[in-house]
Design a protein around this ligand. Sequence first.
Ligand code: NAP
Length: 351
Amino acid sequence: MDKKIPVGIIGATGAVGQRFISLLADHPWFEITDLLASERSAGQRYGDVVNWILPDPLPARVADLTVRQADEGRADARVLFSALPASQARALEPLFASRGHYIFSNASAFRMAEDVPLVITEVNPDHLDMIPEQQARRGWDGFIVCNANCTTTHLVGALHPLHLAFGVTKAFVATLQAASGAGYPGIPAMDLIDNVVPHSYGEEQKVETEPRKIMGDFVDGRFQFADMTLTAHCHRVPVLDGHTEAVSVALGREATREDILDAFRSYRRLPQELGLPSAPDPAVVVVEGMHRPQPRLDRMAGRGMATVVGRIRPCNLLDWRFSLLGHNTIRGAAGGSILNAELMGYWGRLG
Ligand code: NAP
């Protein structure tokens, strides 16, 4: 790319917003020009208003930007990454899209809308072809593209290689989700330390439905959901970053452990083939030993963009079981949006 594409972040002060800043600070194609947040932060220098929680330093150039109030609906950059709470995204994302902005959203507000692509770049880049239909239906020059819930993202990261190779018919998942998944400041420390907190039903519902849209087909201008049954048990645990998931799967045809290993290890898709700047290669990292994956050891695999799988063994209930782990605010949120935007940029569709 000859000239960097200006981008903005809506919800720039939150847990995911900060990840966007850290991942975009030295991005080869994108340059941060706009930061937007609530009335609480608007009009102030970003470095003065943000409670920066990441270990890497806040880039000086970004610290000096003045935060704009998101609900005024104005930004200079055409490309906007949204890290808004769903309740705010519901009104603000359409406002920006109607004003010609390209929204790459982390919020759940429009994930299941029938004209909104819900995209994991390795899995369903063809769903981005829904954008012209979305624009025509809603009368927008801009668009909304969503990425999945953080738990869904890594679940699909592991299920999709198996689905391509053997067909996944059923999956059972029990999750141990990190504190940062609840945003900043998130769950009070007194509720989470020395504890495990079962999640709301809403989270489980997302994990049971989003994968079927993502792994489904895009035919005749409609999303057709994948024919598989999922059940989820979600829990918040006192881990800072990195969601762990214990998964059992039923497969459409018989597979040996070697077949499953091969499906994970040979999984290379469009982002890897194109060498997109944020693409992990490999996308799925297989770890050996019955004590891996672990959040502290494995969450930064592929610079936080890979899904890590291990403990692959036969299941007494379904066919096979394994553990997976993935970074929730990198691949599970900001990094997933950025990879979607990189593909659109590669295709020349961010002009
Ligand atoms: P967060 O830490 O609570 O941050 C929320 C951000 O939204 C802040 O920048 C806040 O700005 C801004 N905001 C709040 N109300 C606003 C309003 N009325 N107008 C404009 N801006 C407003 O939340 P988060 O964890 O970053 O999550 C952001 C989104 O990503 C959510 O939809 C979440 O479900 C989704 N998500 C999160 C994760 C994760 O692992 N954390 C993963 C996947 C998806 P102020 O500081 O000015 O209030």
